[in-house]
Design a protein around this ligand. Structure first.
Ligand SMILES: Cc1cc2nc3c(=O)[nH]c(=O)nc-3n(C[C@H](O)[C@H](O)[C@H](O)COP(=O)(O)O)c2cc1C
Length: 329
């Protein structure tokens, strides 16, 4: 292949990759998507093809550089006022169209100006207490289809302790990190904003002191917030539901709305509640896979649960609980 043909081919490929990158970038911006298939790869291809294009045209670039210092009589840096005006108008039109597309996009799903839709989640709270490492999640004994078929809300538990592997599996199902590179989690999250916080109120878990713990997804670890027996207290918060005291552990989901509001404004409230549902369903299925009993709890005193977690109900608020315990034989 002649060098000139090769150069044209590179320009063609470069144009196609640039078009795809531009189109997918606009789509991500308009729809508030954190990522889009092949967007980043096409960007890298653009960089590689651009470098190849420069390399193929090195002699030409050298000759331009040479002329820059000693302009040839026929060399005209600007071809004319008309060409210059055309170029400036094209640039302006591109800018206006880009601005208009961004403005016309519905508020829903459109990232805030400060959030360019990156795939990395927003900053999570800085861990304060010591991390108590959890073992890897216990493997499920059921295939997913079987777990789906068998899942039920079970409210009657034996007073046997859960193993740490079971607890690890329940927490991992709720919010565990499944893609360490991007810190994506087991449950989906609108724009990967991850507003949920996960707590484990431990009543009976092998080799773990009873008390309230926060799950730290990044380390797959627990942080002890309050040591003590809170069976009666959580039952009172849950308007007298006995299973909250009988359970081996109560998984409590709360949300930090600002993480999602920054990006989705008023739409965030809906997204956050949907996410709590995803996480809770994962806990149900994990529990079923371990032969444990689980039951969602939405009926509780909001203020009392917020106070128990030590959150203010605005910056962070309790949303949902799932009681989990050993089934009675
Ligand atoms: C949002 C929500 C809140 C719930 N709150 C409670 C609750 O406070 N107490 C309870 O015993 N069950 C609660 N449940 C469980 C439902 O009662 C249960 O899902 C329903 O009876 C259907 O049974 P199944 O889960 O076995 O299919 C809740 C379920 C959901 C989805």
């Amino acid at each position: 292949m002649r060098q000139r043909d090769m150069s044209y081919l590179v320009i063609l490929l470069l144009g196609l990759c640039a078009l795809y990158t531009m189109w997918s970038g606009i789509l991500m911006d308009v729809r508030g998507l954190p990522t889009f298939i092949l967007h980043a790869e096409m960007g890298y291809a653009c960089a590689a093809l651009g470098a190849l294009h420069l390399a193929l045209n090195a002699p030409l670039i050298r000759s331009y550089a040479h002329r820059w210092h000693r302009p040839a009589p026929s060399y005209r840096p600007v071809r004319g006022r008309r060409d210059f005006l055309q170029g400036a108008l094209a640039m302006l039109a591109g800018g206006v169209i880009g601005f208009w597309v961004g403005k016309a996009a519905p508020r829903e799903g459109r990232p805030a100006p400060t959030d360019r839709g990156g795939a990395s989640p927003p900053p999570q709270p800085t861990p304060s207490g010591a991390a108590i490492p959890l073992p890897p999640p216990l493997p499920s004994t059921l295939m997913l289809d079987e777990a789906l078929r068998r899942r039920r809300s079970r409210r009657d538990y034996a007073s046997l302790p859960l193993s740490q592997g079971e607890l690890a599996g329940l927490l991992f199902a709720a919010q565990g990190i499944t893609d360490p590179l991007r810190a994506f989690r087991a449950a989906p999250s609108a724009g990967a904003t991850y507003p949920l916080e996960t707590y484990a109120l431990v009543h009976r878990v092998e080799a773990l002191a009873a008390g309230l713990y926060r799950y730290r997804p990044a380390e797959h670890a627990l942080e002890l917030l309050r040591e003590g027996r809170f069976e009666r207290h959580i039952m009172q918060i849950g308007i007298g539901q006995g299973m909250l005291a009988q359970a081996g552990v109560v998984i409590i989901l709360s949300a930090v709305p600002a993480r999602t509001e920054r990006r989705y404004g008023g739409r965030a409230e809906r997204y956050i509640l949907l996410e709590a549902g995803h996480a809770a369903q994962n806990v149900y299925l994990a529990a079923e896979g371990y032969g444990l009993g689980a039951c969602a709890v939405g009926a509780f005193d909001d203020e009392a649960l917020n106070a128990f977690l030590g959150v203010d109900g605005r910056r962070e608020k309790a949303l949902y609980m799932v009681a989990v315990g050993k089934r009675r034989a």
